[in-house]
Design a protein around this ligand. Structure first.
Ligand code: SAM
Length: 240
């Protein structure tokens, strides 16, 4: 079976609605330097790790569960000549035993620990500063979804102020915020469309082609009709 995310994220260097500039800004706010050792939970294809290691000379231990993304992260690390700075561990974050680090990241994957609050509880003892990437609602209460559109699963997301209250209920202090712009969102979402279009052109007779075409069309329509107006996403910098 071909994994949906491996197909639609083929073109993503960063697998979240953010940018290389914002990841560098994150490194500044975390105070990273060549002596820093950073834990990156659910590190994907290693996009944030490569930028941080290149810019700040820090070391990173990256934990990623998907073998497809682990191999790509290892290839990207080798071609960037950063194997002495970046270690990629293939593991489930939920059961991976962590040590103590100078900073810990969980960018766009709090579900790996069962949500925002469990993620903060798990990572607070691990590092003095944390960076957590998480969605929030920009409009509240949520308007009804347009006719014919499925409403995005609300999950446990909240508006921005309530998201921060929820984070601070764990004892962490949110000291900074790097939010996604509309450009960040459009890049992130529409790279899915492009990657899927290319994959369907190359694999017209693939047994999952019909299913992927329908899934891609529904995701694009939902984004344009609904999510683009109401969804926010930010990296929250916290003191443990
Ligand atoms: C939205 S992507 C973010 C990747 C990366 N942090 C970035 O910003 O480019 C979420 C990642 O979490 C990984 N993931 C999901 N559950 C996980 C788990 N339990 N343990 C480790 N990684 C996990 C996925 O495979 C995917 O690579």
């Amino acid at each position: 079976m071909t994994w949906w995310h491996a197909v639609v994220e083929t073109r993503h260097e960063l697998q979240n609605p953010t940018s290389p500039e914002k990841i560098r800004e994150l490194g500044e706010r975390l105070g990273l330097n060549p002596d820093s050792h950073v834990l990156d939970i659910a590190s994907g294809k290693g996009g944030p790790a490569l930028i941080l290691a290149e810019t700040f000379g820090c070391r990173l231990t990256c934990v990623e569960r998907a073998p497809e993304f682990v191999s790509e992260a290892r290839e990207r690390t080798a071609s960037a000549g950063l194997e002495d700075r970046i270690e990629i561990v293939e593991a489930d974050a939920a059961t991976y035993e962590v040590d103590r680090y100078d900073a810990a990241l969980c960018i766009g994957a709090t579900f790996a620990y069962g949500g925002l609050v469990p993620t903060l509880k798990r990572l607070r003892p691990v590092a003095p500063v944390l960076a957590i990437g998480e969605p929030y609602w920009r409009v509240w209460p949520l308007p009804p979804a347009p006719d014919g559109e499925e409403r995005t699963d609300e999950g446990e997301w909240l508006p921005l102020p309530e998201t921060i209250v929820r984070m601070e209920s764990t004892g962490a202090r949110v000291v900074s915020l790097i939010a996604s712009s509309e450009d960040d969102w459009d890049r992130y979402e529409s790279l899915h469309w492009l990657a899927l279009d290319e994959w369907l052109a190359e694999n017209p007779d693939h047994p999952q082609a019909g299913e992927f075409r329908a899934r891609g069309a529904a995701a694009r329509s939902r984004y344009l009709a609904w999510e683009r107006a109401v969804m926010g996403w930010a990296i929250f910098v916290c003191r443990s």
